[in-house]
Design a protein. Structure first.
Length: 364
């Protein structure tokens, strides 16, 4: 009896210990499984056409500008700017009294916008408009055929790139006065700023990118992009200091914004348009005039993976991306033959059909 009585407590204690160990092991397995699921990235839905806003109106269009905080999309339409509410797709109004506008820059105060106007080619201007009233404020003379334009927030300066003038006009945004004209070694193409005082512009004919210091208003460096020639479009990742452009041989390249080192990162389509990089989501957007939008993800500074190609609409090569939600806005129109009294060349060039202009919204 004593043996039995002495063994029972030990058996009970052993059973309790084993039960406790089993429960702990089960709990640890559950925690490990939960952590594993949390660490596994969820598959995101594919990009697709979410909306199409049929705005209509006559005329061509230029490069887009987006005020994401105010939900406003600015679209140059030859002699006016259409302002669209990105929350509803509705036209809010138009900035008028212009002649032949190309590209828009927005200041960092939310007050003013700047648009290049080549007029009839005999004189160039930057038109300054109030973003609240949508009225013109003033006009500033530039060099011949002003096209690309960027606003630098560190110096409160506007940099205007003159195609025919082979120069950059620097404007004080506070006084609307011209501060400097910077000569360039070729015809400027696309331009971007890192928002920290560095401005970059392509020179397509000479296959180079020029680096301008906004503070000194002078060229700091000029980088040859060989073997890339005829750079088309320009985008920037201001965080990791990379530039992106498409080459004549249908290659996409990344350029180190500190050294000018060129790295091939993928294939571009036959007729690439604007290039945009979303720094927040590490994605590069490349539209094509044939009606596609190709999206790449950056896995590393030298490795880019093609995520998806989205069918859009023929002619949709003008694009801007909202870096907050990775939504892409493209514009295009239906095209037909020019029936006006024009040259033989223009007669057979695809011409936008009046009333068919639309914004295509791509998202997840």
């Amino acid at each position: 009896m004593n043996i039995v009585n002495n063994s029972f407590p030990r058996l009970l204690k052993l059973t309790a210990t084993l039960l406790c160990s089993t429960l702990i092991a089960a709990g640890m397995a559950t925690i490990a499984s939960t952590l594993l699921l949390a660490a596994t990235p969820m598959a995101l839905p594919p990009f697709h056409v979410q909306e199409q806003w049929n705005l209509g109106g006559n005329g061509g269009w230029g490069f887009l500008a987006l005020d994401a905080a105010a939900h406003r999309l600015y679209i140059p339409r030859t002699n006016r700017i259409m302002v669209v509410d990105t929350a509803t797709g509705k036209l809010l109004g138009e900035v008028k009294e212009m002649k032949n506008i190309r590209e828009i820059a927005l200041d960092d105060s939310g007050k003013y916008g700047y648009v290049t106007d080549v007029t009839d080619g005999s004189a160039g201007f930057v038109r300054v408009f109030d973003r609240s009233t949508l009225k013109l404020v003033t006009s500033i003379a530039t060099g011949a055929i002003p096209d690309a334009i960027v606003f630098d927030p560190t110096t409160k300066s506007v940099f205007v790139f003159n195609s025919r003038g082979h120069s950059a006009t620097v404007i004080d945004a506070t006084t609307s006065q011209v501060l400097e004209t910077i000569p360039l070694s070729g015809r400027p193409g696309s331009a971007v700023t890192d928002g920290k005082g560095d401005v970059f512009v392509t020179l397509p004919a000479v296959g180079a990118i020029v680096f301008i210091d906004a503070a000194s208003k002078s060229v700091t460096a000029s980088w040859q992009l060989a073997p890339c020639t005829g750079p088309s479009g320009l985008a920037i990742d201001s965080i990791d200091r990379q530039l992106f452009t498409a080459c004549e041989d249908h290659k996409l390249v990344a350029i180190d914004a500190n050294t000018g080192h060129v790295t091939a990162i993928g294939d571009a389509s036959a007729n690439p348009g604007d290039i945009n990089f979303d720094s927040k989501h590490k994605m590069l957007f490349v539209p094509d005039a044939s009606g596609t939008l190709t999206i790449f993800h950056r896995d590393s500074p030298i490795k880019y993976k093609k995520l998806q190609t989205v069918q859009t609409q023929v002619g949709a090569r003008t694009l801007i991306v909202n870096r907050e939600d990775a939504k892409a806005y493209l514009v295009t129109s239906k095209f037909g033959q020019n029936t006006a009294a024009v040259s033989e060349e223009l007669k057979f060039r695809p011409t936008p059909v009046p009333g068919t202009f639309a914004v295509i919204v791509i998202g997840r």
